[in-house]
Design a protein around this ligand. Structure first.
Ligand SMILES: O=C1C[C@@](O)(C(=O)O)C[C@@H](O)[C@@H]1O
Length: 235
């Protein structure tokens, strides 16, 4: 069953699926993001999975900030295999792979199996101008159920640009997930859902963050709840 992302989804991001059974995950997370690239035998881990949270499967390329060691064909083939597991409700595919024409098979397999698709783009260096944020999200949305963009904010203006792009796409009816990585933009992880962002990522244990600036799960859950952030209510 695909995750519908109709409302905000808080994902416990981890390399270790056992985290899905941790009290913090059971209490605060709506899904678990399994970073397949950060573990040795991800398909075996999926086979052993018996917790109740649905899984977002991500097999991040090294050229997109991940740690997958093999080539891209194999990386996407392993991701396609992950869609066979009932617990996998969504996959995350790099927009770059989609635009290069490398992801057709994995996207088709996911669609056939009713698994939702997140098309993602990351900028670990900075934040492109607002117009570019909008066009990247619009492009990603053509191929996926959720268009995701993670940037690195270097100024408050960067965070405003990201939130503004989030609001624009959401107002237009597109499903997006946005966040600014690093210290300057950290608060966007709590605030972006107010403007429509559909997915937030947080580790169960802050020492095991999967991206710079992440809050731990309990903290992010509380911040979002306090701010009343809910994707469906942005108009
Ligand atoms: O793409 C994302 C977002 C993320 O990079 C973040 O900034 O929280 C964390 C990653 O695990 C996830 O795949």
């Amino acid at each position: 069953m695909g995750i519908d992302f109709d409302s905000f989804t808080l994902a416990a991001a981890t390399a270790d699926l056992a985290d899905a059974d941790e009290p913090a995950a059971r209490e605060h997370a709506d899904a678990v993001e399994f970073r397949m690239d950060l573990t040795d035998d991800p398909l075996e881990a999926l086979e052993d999975y018996d917790a109740s949270l649905p899984i977002i499967a991500t097999n991040r390329a090294a050229w997109e900030g991940g740690e997958w060691g093999g080539d891209d064909d194999e990386r996407l083939a392993v991701l396609a295999e992950a869609t066979a597991f009932d617990a996998v409700g969504a996959i995350d595919v790099e927009l770059e792979s989609i635009l290069e024409g490398e992801a057709e098979a994995v996207l088709e397999t996911a669609r056939e199996r009713g698994v939702s698709i997140i098309a993602s783009s990351h900028d670990f260096e900075g934040t492109p101008p607002r117009g570019e944020l909008v066009s990247t999200l619009t492009e990603a949305g053509k191929y996926a159920d959720v268009a995701k963009l993670a940037v690195t904010a270097e100024s408050k203006a960067d965070t405003i640009a990201l939130l503004s792009a989030t609001e624009q796409l959401t107002y237009h009816g597109d499903r997006v997930a946005t966040m600014a990585m690093g210290e300057v933009g950290r608060h966007t992880r709590a605030v972006a859902p107010v403007y429509g962002s559909r997915i937030g990522y947080a580790p169960v244990d802050p020492a095991e963050a999967t991206a710079p600036g992440q809050y731990d799960l309990e903290t992010l859950s509380r911040l979002i709840a306090d701010l009343g952030g809910s994707a469906a209510e942005t108009k």
